[in-house]
Design a protein around this ligand. Structure first.
Ligand SMILES: Cc1cc2nc3c(=O)[nH]c(=O)nc-3n(C[C@H](O)[C@H](O)[C@H](O)COP(=O)(O)OP(=O)(O)OC[C@H]3O[C@@H](n4cnc5c(N)ncnc54)[C@H](O)[C@@H]3O)c2cc1C
Length: 398
C-alpha cells in the first residue's frame, strides 16, 4: 500500500525531457523552488531526438553545462541534402556548431547540475494522476509512484510531458494537426570509418533517408515511409534482405554495417510523425511547453530545439514579470502568442519539404534542384531560413 506525501513548491514541472529539465535549471537559477516529476525511472529510451541546434547550444554554454556535455557529444559541421548522389544543398555551421547527443547522456548530466542546487527536487517513477483545481485555477498536482503518492501544491504547474501529455489531456485542450504524410522507421547502425560529422538527408528513387551521427560510434538512420505504412513496407520488401540491399545501394559506404545491424523488422523503431499545435497552451496556474504543446516533423532536427526554446522563452518571461504575475493566464498566454506562429511557420516549411521530398523521378529531381539552387543563390532568403532553423537569435535574459 502506497504512502501519501504532501509537499509544496513554487513550480511543479511534469516531465523530465529536454523541455522540463532545461526549465528546471533556468528557474532554480532564478531562486525559484522547483519540483520535477517523471513517470520513468531512468533516461534510457534509445530513440529520441539527438540533435541540438547551435542557438540552443550557445545557451547551454552560458549555463556551464556544455563542459559536461562536450565529452559525450558530436559537434556537427554541416547539414546537407544529397539527391540521387548529387549534393543539392549544404549549410556549414560556422562559429557555433550544433551537437548530436543522446538524451540518455544529456538528461542525467543536466539532472546532476540541477541537483547541485538546494531549490530542486526530482521524483522519478511518478506518474501524473490529477491536476488540483481551486476556483478554476490549477493549484498543483497529484502523482502515483511505486511506493508513495505525492500531493504537490504549486503556484505554477508546467506540462512538459511530451507528445502524449497527461497535463494536456486533463486540461481538455484541442489541437490543430499539420497533415504530414510520412512516418519514420529508426535504427542505429555502426558508424563506418571516415564518416563525416554531418547531418544528411539522402533522397533516392523510393523516398529519403535521414542520417545523424550518434555518440560515440553509431549512425541514427531514419527511413521514411507512408503514414502508418510499416505493414506496406514489410509487404514491399517481403524479405528483410531486400530492404538491406536497397539501403546498401543508397549508402554504399555503410554496406557491411547495414548487413550487421539489420536482421529483422524488430530491429527498427517506428516514429509516427505528427505536427500538432495545441490551441490553448495555458490557463490560470498551468502552462504547456515542448511536445506537450506542439510536435514537429523530423525534417531539419527541430524537436529538441523547439522544446528547449519554449523553456528558455518561458524562463525569460518569468524573470521579466516575476512568478506571482506568471501564474495568471493573462501573462502565461504570452508564451503562446510568441511561439505559436513560429511553430506554425515551421510546420509549413516542413510540409513543403515533405512534398518536395516525396516527388518521384525526374520531375522530383528537377523541382528540388530548382528550389534548392534558388535558395542557395538568394543570400537574404538563405540567412533568414538559417537563422530560424538554427535558433540563432535565441537569448537568455539574465
Ligand atoms: C524516435 C524519435 C526520433 C526523434 N528524432 C528527432 C531528431 O532527430 N531531432 C529532433 O530534434 N527531435 C527528434 N525527435 C523529437 C524529440 O525527441 C522531441 O521533440 C523532444 O524530446 C521533446 O522534448 P520534450 O521535453 O517536450 O518531451 P519528451 O522528450 O517527450 O519528454 C517528456 C517526458 O515526460 C515524461 N512523461 C510523459 N507522461 C508523463 C506523465 N503522465 N507523468 C509523468 N511524466 C510523464 C516522459 O517520461 C518524458 O521523460 C524524435 C523523437 C522520437 C520519438
Amino acid at each position: 500500500m502506497n504512502t501519501n506525501k504532501k509537499i509544496k513548491t513554487d513550480v511543479c514541472i511534469v516531465g523530465a525531457g529536454p523541455a522540463g529539465m532545461l526549465l528546471s535549471k533556468l528557474l532554480i537559477d532564478q531562486g525559484i523552488k522547483v519540483i520535477l516529476i517523471d513517470k520513468e525511472s531512468d533516461f534510457e529510451k534509445e530513440f529520441r531526438g539527438e540533435f541540438i541546434q547551435p542557438g540552443v547550444v550557445n545557451i547551454l554554454k552560458g549555463l556551464k553545462i556544455y563542459e559536461r556535455l562536450e565529452r559525450v557529444s558530436i559537434p556537427i559541421d554541416s547539414y546537407r541534402i544529397m539527391d540521387h548522389g548529387e549534393k543539392v544543398l549544404e549549410y556549414k555551421f560556422q562559429d557555433e556548431k550544433g551537437i548530436c547527443i543522446r538524451q540518455s547522456k544529456i538528461l542525467p548530466l543536466m539532472l546532476e547540475q540541477c541537483n547541485e542546487n538546494g531549490n530542486f527536487d526530482f521524483y522519478p517513477n511518478h506518474r501524473l494522476e490529477t491536476l488540483k483545481f481551486e476556483a478554476g485555477t490549477v493549484k498543483g498536482i497529484t502523482t502515483k509512484g511505486d511506493a508513495e503518492n505525492l500531493d504537490i501544491d504549486a503556484k505554477l504547474v508546467v506540462g512538459a510531458d511530451g507528445r502524449t501529455s497527461g497535463v494536456n489531456r486533463l486540461l481538455g485542450v484541442q489541437s490543430n494537426q499539420a497533415k504530414f504524410t510520412m512516418d519514420v522507421l529508426w535504427i542505429k547502425v555502426d558508424r563506418p570509418k571516415n564518416w563525416e560529422n554531418n547531418i544528411e538527408l539522402r533522397i533516392h528513387d523510393e523516398g529519403y533517408l535521414v542520417l545523424l551521427p550518434s555518440y560515440p560510434n553509431k549512425i541514427q538512420l531514419g527511413i521514411d515511409m507512408e503514414k502508418g505504412g510499416a505493414e506496406k513496407l514489410r509487404e514491399k520488401y517481403n524479405d528483410i534482405s531486400e530492404l538491406v540491399e536497397m539501403l546498401q545501394k543508397v549508402i554504399p559506404e555503410m554496406k557491411d554495417e547495414l548487413k550487421d545491424a539489420i536482421s529483422s523488422w524488430k530491429d527498427f523503431t517506428p516514429l509516427s510523425v505528427s505536427g500538432s499545435l495545441s490551441e490553448e497552451w495555458s490557463k490560470d496556474g498551468v502552462i504547456l511547453i515542448g511536445d506537450a504543446a506542439h510536435t514537429v516533423g523530423p525534417i531539419a532536427g527541430q524537436g529538441i530545439n523547439q522544446a528547449m526554446t519554449d523553456a528558455i522563452e518561458l524562463s525569460n518571461m518569468i524573470l521579466e514579470n516575476g512568478l506571482e504575475k506568471m501564474i495568471l493566464n493573462s501573462h502565461l498566454s504570452k508564451l503562446q502568442d510568441k511561439r505559436y506562429p513560429e511553430v506554425a511557420a515551421l510546420h509549413t516549411l516542413q510540409l513543403t519539404q515533405e512534398k518536395l521530398l516525396s516527388m518521384k523521378g525526374e520531375e522530383g529531381i528537377l523541382a528540388r534542384s530548382k528550389m534548392y539552387s534558388k535558395l542557395m543563390k538568394n543570400e537574404q532568403m538563405k540567412n533568414n531560413l538559417q537563422k530560424k532553423i538554427t535558433a540563432a537569435s535565441l537569448t537568455l535574459k539574465e
